[in-house]
Design a protein around this ligand. Structure first.
Ligand code: TPP
Ligand code: MG
Length: 593
């Protein structure tokens, strides 16, 4: 248990009357500020991401003085994204600390993102005076933050009295990490921080949360039902989602996959759970295995849009909403997840670690590997696709394409498998996902469930601070713009982050024009912009890379020196496609503009 020096006050209270001037023992007092810090420390929280201002400026200073890392950002959204991914990487709630109203709202997108992605996070925001807010009397940064946070948070709490801080933080931690993790909002009104009480009483109100994310053991009959279904399959497939990566039960997952011999697909952030070069990896034959599979075992992967809702043409259905005929086994911590899109024949509810380990032991020794016809057919498709890709990657055109530039990144990641890879953009995202192999679990962090732009620099900061590893960020030029100012944060903390901006002059491509000839087209940016110069303003290393040789050299140098580096990779502005791989999600206009 961590100890914190209480905020001691030696001011003895004034004697009530002159006659009663007997010696008075100094009373050690504490206050709201310190109780918040003590409660966080008591629960093993050692890092806070945020941005100071009324009423939490002193809290940020005191957090630092008490030995926590206070990572201060240029915009709360980045601090929030940092907290969300810190939660994903550590299984402890990532903390984001903001001021009221506008700061709170800036952090809210990240809170919603955490909830959607099932990342444990707590957004702690200072707020204005309740009496004034509730009567809408126009306080400084007045806003009913608790009400606004509720719909996007897994839970939301407010603490009005210092003696409830311990309970408030304990509840926030439990809500964030237990069951299906998510984003929690904790509202701390300004008045709370200055409330004082005697230190011993204060300390006695704090709670060290016992077993914050209790195991949830799956029912034996659910496991048996799932294994029966899998055993009878002729064309089984395993799909690993980021829930499987979050669970940190990597060895069990690997054993389950290898013991069953079933081919698997890794969703974006599950890449590397087993190395992408694993013989059972079926990613390179994705469009073949999804419609062909007869039984699909989903592990921590939801049948949302990223898996075409488990139906439609992707899965071999006739129409875009038709079931493809697969039977599904779904391993998930949430009992409500099953049947969300198609029938789940064998739900297995529990934490992924317990479920996978129960399934692995249930398999026993007599397990028959999937029929060779199935695995051979997959290997044949894989071989063809890999050979085709190798041909494309071997080309070295000028200007660089996504493929030629990412071929360099692929080599660098292979040589540095411990490095964290941050990835956002459209083409910059989709091509990186398919070209850059991952070798270790939880190394790839990206746009997640929403395909959100703006996670980039916040993720870079958190990944570097939390893991201490080299970070490589592959950023679309548009994507980078959402959080680009945080390169100052990266330089300020001297973090080993190498940002590669895939500069194709715009959103998807740089070739659009305004048909009226008046303005730039909505999707294009300043031509030939030099993003590398931005980081130079803060003492980082900027490199303009027009060739693969320059890109390779710059990345190698960044990794050797661990200096904050931004490489402007000049990409052919005609190389990308509309929305990358998800062009089909764009509504089609009846009438052309
Ligand atoms: C917060 C948010 N705003 C807007 C979008 C829509 N959007 C999807 S990808 C993208 C940017 C794509 O351009 P870029 O990052 O340059 O990638 P490229 O395809 O050019 O490689 C945008 C704006 C989004 N996903 N998230
Ligand atoms: Mg672009």
């Amino acid at each position: 248990m961590a100890t914190v020096t209480p905020h001691a006050s030696t001011n003895a209270p004034a004697p009530a009357t002159p006659q009663a001037a007997a010696p008075v023992q100094p009373v050690e007092t504490t206050d709201g500020f310190h109780l918040v810090i003590e409660a966080l420390k008591l629960n093993g929280i050692d890092t806070v991401f945020g941005l100071p201002g009324i009423p939490i400026t002193d809290l940020t200073r005191m957090l630092q003085a008490e030995g926590l890392r206070m990572i201060s950002f240029r915009h709360e959204q980045s601090a929030g994204y940092a907290a969300s991914i810190a939660g994903y990487l550590t299984q402890k709630p990532g903390i984001c600390l903001t001021v009221s109203a506008p700061g709170f709202l800036n952090g809210l997108t990240a809170l919603a993102h955490a909830t959607t992605n099932c990342f444990p996070m707590i957004l702690i925001s200072g707020s204005s005076e309740r009496e004034i807010v509730d009567l809408q009397q126009g306080d400084y940064e007045e806003m009913d933050q608790l009400a606004i946070a509720k719909p996007v948070a897994k839970a939301a709490f407010r603490v009005l009295n210092a003696e409830d801080i311990g309970v408030g933080i304990a509840r926030a931690i439990r809500a964030a990490v237990s069951g299906r993790p998510g984003g929690v909002y904790l509202d701390l009104p300004a008045k709370l921080f200055a409330q004082t009480m005697d230190a011993a009483t204060g300390r006695s109100t704090l709670i060290q949360v016992v077993d914050p994310a209790p195991k949830q053991i799956p029912a034996a009959d659910a496991v048996a039902r799932a294994l029966d279904l899998l055993r009878g399959a002729k064309k089984p497939l395993i799909v690993l989602g980021k829930g499987a990566a979050y669970a940190q039960c990597d060895a069990d997952i690997r054993q389950l996959v290898e013991k069953t011999g079933i081919p698997y697909l890794a969703m974006s952030m599950a890449k590397g759970l087993l190395p992408d070069t694993h013989p059972q990896a079926a990613g390179a034959a994705r469009s073949f295995v999804l419609p062909e599979a007869d039984v699909v075992l989903l592990i921590g992967a939801r049948l949302n849009w990223l898996l075409s809702h488990g139906k439609g043409k992707t899965w071999g259905g006739k129409g875009h909403k038709d079931w493809g005929g697969q039977k599904f086994i779904q391993v998930d911590i949430s009992p409500q997840e099953a049947d969300s899109n198609v029938r789940i024949d064998a739900p297995v509810v529990g934490d992924i670690g317990s479920c996978v380990s129960a399934m692995r032991s249930g398999i026993g020794s007599g397990w028959r590997k999937p029929p060779a016809e199935w695995t051979d057919a997959i290997n044949e498709r894989k071989g063809k696709n890999v050979a085709k890709m190798a041909e494309t990657l071997a080309k070295d055109p000028s200007p660089m394409t996504f493929h030629s530039a990412l071929n360099v990144v692929r080599d660098i990641v292979k040589a540095n498998p411990e490095a964290m890879l941050v990835n956002e953009g459209a083409n910059a995202l989709d091509f990186t996902r398919s070209i850059v192999d991952m070798y270790k679990p939880r190394k790839r962090i990206d746009v997640g469930t929403w395909g959100i732009m703006g996670i980039g620099m916040g993720y870079c900061v958190a990944a570097a601070v939390i893991t201490g590893q080299q970070v490589i960020a592959v950023e679309g030029d548009s994507a980078f713009g959402f959080s680009g100012m945080e390169v100052e944060t990266i330089c300020r903390y001297g973090l080993p982050v190498c940002i590669v901006v895939m500069n194709n002059n715009g959103v998807y491509r740089g070739t659009d024009v305004d048909p009226t000839g008046r303005d730039p087209a909505p999707t294009v940016f300043v031509k030939n912009a030099r993003y590398d110069r931005i980081i130079e303003a803060f003492g980082g290393v900027g490199v303009n890379a027009a060739t693969t040789t320059e890109l390779r050299r710059a990345m190698e140098e960044a990794i050797r020196t661990r200096k904050p580096t931004l490489i402007n990779a000049v990409i052919d502005e005609t190389a990308g496609t509309e929305s990358g791989r998800i062009t089909s999600l764009n509504p089609a206009a009846r009438k052309k503009a």
